[in-house]
Each structure stands twice: as C-alpha cells, then as structure tokens.
Design a protein around this ligand. Structure first.
Ligand code: COA
Length: 255
C-alpha cells in the first residue's frame, strides 16, 4: 500500500520505493521515515528493491531540518533510533536494495544511499554528509557506513568539511558504483534490478548476508560464516538446477 509520502510500485518481483515529498526535496521527517518503514515491510517478498526520490532535483535532501531544529536530546535520540531501524531494514533486507540517486543526496539522503547495497547516480547527483554545517554529525549511519564503502580519508573529508561530491567525483571516490545520464537512470536501474531479481533467491540472500558479515566480524569468523552459508545452499532447488543446467549445457530455470 502506498503511504502519504512514500510510493510503492511493483514490476514483477522488483519493488520500487519512491520518497515523495518533492516540495521539501524529499527530506525525511518522522512521517516519511515511518512511511518508509511500513513500505519496506511490504517489500518482504521482493527479489530486488529500488529506492529513489520523486522529481528531477533530489534523491533525498536529508533529514528534515525544520523538524529537527528544536528537538531535545531524548527526542533526537528517538529520531536517530527510528532512522537506524529503517536503514537497518534496508541493510538486512533479504533482497539487494539499489539506490537510484537522482539528484541531491545530503545528510540522511546520503546515508539512505549508503545503507543500500548498490548506488547508481545520475549525472546531476550531488552527495554529501553536510551535517557539520548544522552543528551536528551524521546520525543515521554515515560515520560507520561511509568509511566502509569508500575510504576512511574520503569519509573524514566529507564528514569534517561537509564536502559535496558531484556524481563523477563520488564515482572516483567509490561512494557510488556508476554514473549515468539523468534520462537513462530509471532504465539502467530497472535493468539491473531485473537482472538481480532473476538470480537464485536463496543464493542472493546468502551472498548479501556474507558480504554484510565481512564488515561485522573477524576474518576467521567471517570465513566460518561463509562456509555455513555455502553448505546450506546445497540441496536447494536452485543449486541442483544451476549445476544440472551447466552439466547439461542448457539455461537454468530458477525458482
Ligand atoms: N529539510 C527540510 N527542508 C528542506 C531540506 C531539508 N533537509 N532541504 C530542502 N528543504 C526545503 C527548503 O527549505 C525549501 O523549502 P521552501 O520552498 O519552503 O523554502 C525546499 O525544500 C526547496 O529547497 P531550496 O533550498 O529552495 O532548493 P535549492 O535548489 O535552492 O537548494 C539544496 C537545494 C539541497 C542545496 C538545499 O535545499 C539544501 O542545502 N538543503 C539542506 C541540505 C542538508 O544540509 N541536508 C542535511 C540535513 S541533516
């Protein structure tokens, strides 16, 4: 079900989630975050999820500054926890989540992209952890995810200076995975999502879990985790089918 500020559309098994507050450049206030949380729950069965922003100018221009302006510490903590819960739902979603970064992605918008598995930006995209100029720091995962995705020095520059990276610079710094023209973005992301959705589901979920684990644990524990996931895939329909198709020199038919 579509909520007031977040739309959900389906194309086969691909769910596209659109933050829809264009008059505020899709800034995330409490309502939008709650809508996003609800909508994400409805994408449980998706085999790929796309997250994007409504309109031509912004992916998400951040947390809602007007809303945050007078928050007390307990209120800010509650807002931070809500943001973390929603972004964790993206990180731990069974299916890969692709951010189609179609314009400004500042503060919480940049963090929403960073919580996603893949980031495809349009040429007009600008990404930044700009919180320092508001007297705060990234609060929805930016300080933790950015150095893991890009480099520690990129993260320090972006977080200390509030540096805003154009799409090409973000690509060079490893903050986004690809840059395409504004006209092509939806199509490129839709094709990628369809390709991901056509892959074996259990293996895809295992791949995401294993890669996530690489950032959470020692290499030894991560390798043990990988072995368990790997072995657990044997006997699934898609493992039997994928290997039989190879041996029989035909295309596999995954579940
Ligand atoms: N929170 C709340 N409202 C926001 C917002 C945010 N993060 N970002 C933009 N808006 C609102 C603006 O206040 C403006 O509202 P108005 O029409 O009532 O004046 C509307 O969205 C359009 O933004 P505007 O600033 O007029 O557009 P612009 O094209 O001149 O500039 C930005 C775009 C993104 C450069 C600029 O809006 C900006 O710097 N936003 C804040 C980014 C930020 O620091 N985000 C981190 C928050 S933690």
């Amino acid at each position: 079900m579509t909520r007031e500020t977040v739309d959900l559309e389906w194309t086969d098994d691909v769910a596209t989630v659109t933050i829809d507050r264009p008059d505020r450049l899709n800034a995330l206030n409490r309502e939008t975050l709650s809508d996003l949380e609800d909508v994400l729950e409805e994408t449980d069965e998706a085999r790929a999820v796309v997250v994007t922003g409504a309109g031509d100018d912004a992916f998400v221009a951040g947390a809602d500054i007007g809303y945050m302006q007078d928050l007390s510490t307990p209120e800010a903590q509650e807002y931070a926890e809500l943001g973390h819960r929603v972004f964790d739902a993206i990180t731990t979603h069974d299916a890969p989540v692709i951010a189609a970064v179609n314009g400004y992605a500042f503060g919480g918008g940049c963090e929403l992209a960073l919580a996603s598995d893949l980031r495809i930006a349009s040429e007009n995209a600008v990404l930044g952890q700009t919180e320092i100029d508001l007297g705060i720091v990234p609060g929805w995962g930016g300080t933790q995810r950015l150095p893991r995705i890009a480099s520690d020095s990129t993260a320090r520059r972006m977080v200390f200076l509030g540096e805003r990276l154009g799409a090409e610079e973000a690509l060079e710094e490893g903050v986004v995975d690809d840059v395409v023209s504004q006209d092509e973005l939806d199509e490129v992301v839709a094709e990628m999502a369809a390709e991901v959705a056509a892959k074996p589901t259990a293996a895809m979920t295992a791949a995401k879990e294993a890669l996530n684990q690489a950032h959470e644990t020692s290499q030894e524990a991560g390798l043990a985790f990988e072995r368990r996931l790997w072995s657990g895939l044997f006997g699934t329909h898609d493992q039997r089918e994928g290997m039989a198709a190879f041996v029989e020199d035909r295309e596999p038919e995954f579940e």
